[in-house]
Design a protein. Structure first.
Length: 89
């Protein structure tokens, strides 16, 4: 069975994703907001850090790499149904 948790585990191991996460953590620490539970995340838009936005908006944005038709997207089973379900939640 291939599920989202397994996909996320593989996705987050990629070197590019690790670099992005490290960059955002560094930015958060530099601004003094790392771990203060203010509900904000450092956000990437267009490949650059643009500031802070709410965790819900930042983490809820659908990434291009997770859209149907992209290599590595949750297997080949009913990708359109998965996207519909994610958007409803």
């Amino acid at each position: 069975m291939y599920n989202k948790a397994l996909y996320d585990k593989k996705f987050n191991k990629k070197p590019g994703q690790r670099k992005k996460r490290a960059e955002l953590n560094r930015y958060n620490r530099k601004k003094g907001t790392y771990g203060n539970r203010d509900g904000l995340d450092a956000s990437h838009k267009g490949g650059k850090i643009v500031g802070f936005e709410s965790e819900a908006k930042n983490r809820g944005r659908i990434e291009k790499s997770r859209l149907p038709g992209k290599k590595g997207f949750l297997g080949k089973w009913n990708a359109h149904k998965v996207i519909k379900k994610q958007r409803k939640e």
